[in-house]
Write a protein that binds this ligand. Structure first.
Ligand code: PEP
Ligand code: MG
Length: 875
């Protein structure tokens, strides 16, 4: 049986997103709901996969199905494709399962040729409009489908206007436009060595192929990577009869949200432009009017729209982002989808919709992207500093947040500067999909053109990047890299600050303050906490980090990297003296000096956690990280331990390793230098005894041994832990419980987890090392190859950021099963970076772990991800 690749809108429905893409499924659903939809058909995502995996040709079978659909569309519309009396024109747009705004290409007015343009002129009685549409089509088709540079067309158009002394496109008359069309076709012929395709069918096949290929372009790759969208989903293509928003002052186009996408307030929010076509609003070519104004300009259309918008919102139980066209006083919906929104808006909408009885709190939890919460956790401007700041301009508050940084004028420069560690503000005339990576790396984005639904605004909001758009007072000189605003000249590298919530632009740097969890955020997180099974801990090395994490809802510390406690200038000298000791007694003497620091560090952590569980990991530095590098550093150590620099250097050289990541670190340090472990245990136990006494807590320290791959290693270190702890406890004359567990971060530990679990009281997956060692890919150097690996479709995602379920995950599962086979109730957690990544948290839930541990700022993300996992995969 042959596969069905093409579906009329009337044949689909909203649940067919995988096959028809989001846009196609929604167009079908809206057709079924009786909304005014220009009819059309969808070529499925399966056709995309077939196209991209079979030499990028459209198969005869797909072509035949497209031909049939066109015949049906001709019947529905009463128009004919390529006709010179009343031609059917179509738009061709992409639409994947998840919406990818601005990622894929669109072609409008397809079906025009020398005859059809006359037909369009006759049918509309508006030859100027017909030829204007034709010249737009030739350029768009040549640019998007074939890849002829748009600049060539712009140049011809600009020169022509100049020769005629015209100020704007609107001055072009029919004869001018006819002439431009001829010129444009000539550009095409010169570039391609053949005529512009006159056959509407050929135009259509080419355009469908181009949309499929655009799934494969760099922008799409980078968007998918940022949003965890798999390559093999593919995109569908929607072919829809054209309606025209550019037919005069009774026509227009708009992008409208059913609630305010910035604040979440229940009000119609969006923009429109009279006498404009489709993409003009989104592309930010002109600055549009606020949608509320349509109420005065076209009251009946406004009311009709609001009715439908509310109907759609109730139907989809979510805020809708709709694209409309008004053609000669008639309203059409071109698409609807669940709207992108700021995190503040997402929470308000979710909480309001629960209050309105539209959804349950559990449904609400599934509507917010965990990663988006990040936006709420980042600083805003310090109010006092803001009062003293120097505003130099104001534009649209397109995406909230506070950003301070150095100005750069293109994505490339931002990339370089951010690699140097600079905070950047990207300033552009308008942004386009090429700017995505630059936007992601910027603290904020400022554009000269474009409204609240422009590319810059939509993309920045999705990323949580602060954005101020449409600042038309800016006099920009992109080439020489400066702009003038409010009487100031701001050059590349100068500091400015942006307030994405007010639209204010300030000169210079402004101090920022940390946010707190309250209001809708707090309520929403309480719902999340009620449903999740996983506990959420934090990785924290200082009381400050620990307190921050508690504010964000952490339930304990899952990892303290004790080596991070020695980076302080005063301590590092003592630490270096310790590792460069020649004998045990010398080292013990050096360690004596470190004990007081460690005791106060651990007390600080216990105190910050107010009695919650704390896991402390024994020292795990690759030793090379601590070896002195400069002459001055050697001299400081020499002063500390009285040894000549030359001797210290010789000792350091002996410690040098070719591959320190797999070298003298983790429990291996305890095996070679047991006295270091003894010092740490003394500090961990003493600190707990003291703080329990002072605060009345009942801290049970969880002592974690790193890098275990062999049960005898674990046993060896545990023996040191137990004997040292026993001495300290005995000496203090008190009772203290403690636990000894291990990191599972070496593949061999997974393979032998049953033996290890017999003696370890808990496992914590160190998925940073486990990923490194499973892939044989250095975590310090992976960055250099990952772009190519992901760009060339070898890795779907960065395995150091998102847990690889197939390989690393299999090892984890084995460790869980083997561990439980010998100790049924063994406590299981994760403390690698993956503990704060939503997809990885979901996997940890599925594995049945007890907790995840992540950096403080990711705690709320992990809480929500854990709740969503529990709702999707009940244990
Ligand atoms: C790990 O390997 O996942 C881990 C948490 O330890 P570290 O990152 O300190 O090696
Ligand atoms: Mg590790």
């Amino acid at each position: 049986m042959s596969t069905k690749y093409v579906y009329m809108f009337s044949e689909g429905n909203g649940s067919m997103k995988e096959l028809l893409g989001g846009k196609g499924a929604n167009l079908a659903e809206m057709t079924n709901l009786g909304l005014p939809i220009p009819q059309g058909f969808t070529v499925s995502t399966e056709a995309c996969t077939l196209y991209n995996t079979s030499g990028k040709v459209l198969s005869d079978e797909i072509k035949a199905q497209v031909d049939k659909a066109i015949v049906k569309l001709e019947e529905i519309s009463g128009k004919k494709f390529g006709d010179n009396a009343n031609p059917l024109l179509v738009s061709v747009r992409s639409g994947s399962r998840a919406s990818m705004p601005g990622m894929m290409d669109t072609v409008l007015n397809l079906g025009l040729n020398d005859e059809a343009v006359e037909g369009l002129a006759n049918a509309t009685g508006n030859p100027r409009f017909a030829y204007d549409s034709f010249r737009r089509f030739i350029m768009m088709f040549a640019d998007v489908v074939i890849g002829v540079s748009k600049k060539k067309f712009d140049k011809v158009l600009d020169e022509y206007k100049e020769s005629k002394g015209y100020g704007s496109d609107l001055d072009l008359n029919v004869d001018d436009l006819k002439h431009i069309c001829e010129e444009f076709k000539k550009i095409y012929r010169d570039d391609q060595g053949k005529d512009f395709p006159a056959d509407a069918k050929i135009q259509l096949y080419e355009a469908i192929g181009a949309v499929f290929r655009s799934w494969d372009n760099e922008r799409a790759f980078s968007y998918r990577r940022m949003n965890d969208i798999p390559y093999d989903w593919g995109t569908a293509v929607n072919v829809q009869s054209m309606v025209f928003g550019n037919m005069g002052d009774d026509s227009g186009t708009g992008v409208v949200f059913s609630r305010n996408a910035a604040t979440g307030v229940d009000e119609i929010y969006g923009e429109y432009m009279i006498n404009a076509q489709g993409e003009d609003v989104v592309a930010g070519v002109r600055t549009p009017k606020p949608f509320a104004q349509l109420k005065e300009e076209m009251p009946a259309i406004y009311d009709e729209f609001v009715n439908y918008a509310k109907k759609l919102e109730r139907h989809y139980k979510d805020m809708q982002d709709m694209e409309i066209t008004i053609e000669k006083g008639k309203l059409y919906f071109l698409q609807t989808r669940n709207g992108k929104r700021t995190a503040t808006a997402a929470l308000k909408i979710a909480v309001d919709m629960v209050d309105e009885g539209l959804i349950t709190s559990e449904e609400a939890l599934l509507k917010v992207e965990p990663r988006q919460l990040d936006q709420l956790l980042h600083p805003t401007f310090d109010t006092k500093a803001l009062k003293e700041a120097n505003p130099i301009g104001k534009a649209l508050p397109a995406s909230p947040g506070a950003a301070t940084g150095k100005v750069y004028f293109n994505a490339e420069d931002v990339k370089e500067a951010s690699e140097r560690g600079e905070a950047c503000i990207l300033v552009r005339l308008e942004t386009s999909p090429e700017d995505i990576e630059g936007m992601a790396r910027s603290k904020g984005v400022l554009t000269v053109r474009g409204g609240m639904t422009s590319h810059a605004a939509v993309v920045a909001r999705g990323m949580g990047t602060c954005c101020v758009s449409g600042c038309e007072e800016i006099k920009m000189n992109e080439e020489e890299k400066y702009f003038d605003l409010g009487g100031h000249r701001i050059k590349e590298g100068d500091y400015i600050s942006l307030d994405g919530s007010t639209g204010n632009i300030y000169l210079g740097e402004i101090k920022t303050v940390d946010p707190e969890i309250s209001g809708n955020f707090a309520k929403f997180m309480e719902w999340a906490d009620k449903v999740r099974d996983l506990k959420v801990r934090t990785n924290a090395d200082t009381p400050k980090d620990a307190s921050k994490a508690i504010e964000f809802g952490a339930e304990g510390i899952g990892l303290t990297r004790t080596e991070h406690m020695f980076f302080d200038e005063e301590r590092i000298i003592k630490f270096r003296a310790m590792i460069l000791s020649d004998s045990v007694s010398e080292r013990e003497k050096a360690l004596e000096e470190l004990i007081p620091y460690q005791i106060s560090d651990f007390k600080g952590l216990y105190e910050a956690m107010e009695g919650r569980p704390v896991t402390i990991r024994l020292l795990d530095p690759p030793l090379h990280e601590f070896i002195p590098h400069t002459e001055a550093e050697y001299e400081a150590v020499s002063k500390q331990n009285g040894k000549p620099v030359a001797e210290l250097k010789a000792k350091a050289a002996a410690l040098h390793e070719i591959n320190p990541m797999m070298g003298h670190r983790g429990c291996r340090l305890s095996v070679t230098f047991p006295e270091i472990t003894r010092m740490q245990i003394v500090a961990i136990i003493k600190a707990a005894i003291e703080i329990n006494k002072e605060k009345g807590y009942n801290i049970v320290p969880e002592i974690m041994i790193p890098l275990v791959g062999e049960i005898k290693e674990f046993r060896f270190v545990k023996e040191i832990v137990d004997s040292t702890a026993a001495e300290v406890i005995k000496e203090a004359g008190v009772d203290l419980q403690y636990m000894v567990g291990t990191m599972i971060e070496i593949p061999r530990a997974c393979l032998t987890a049953d033996a290890i679990a017999k003696e370890a009281e808990f496992f914590s997956f160190g998925t940073n090392d486990l990923t490194q060692l499973t892939y044989g890919l250095s975590r310090d150097d992976a960055g250099k190859i990952l772009n190519d690996y992901i760009g060339k479709n070898i890795y779907e995602a960065d395995p150091t950021a998102r847990l690889d379920r197939t390989g690393v995950g299999q090892l984890m599962q084995m460790a869980v099963e083997k561990g439980k086979s010998t100790k049924e109730n063994i406590k299981l957690g994760i403390c690698g970076e993956h503990g704060g990544d939503p997809s990885s948290v979901e996997f940890c839930h599925m594995l049945g772990l007890n907790y995840v541990s992540c950096s403080p700022y990711r705690v709320p993300i992990a809480r929500l991800a854990a709740a969503q996992a529990a709702l999707k995969f009940p244990r």
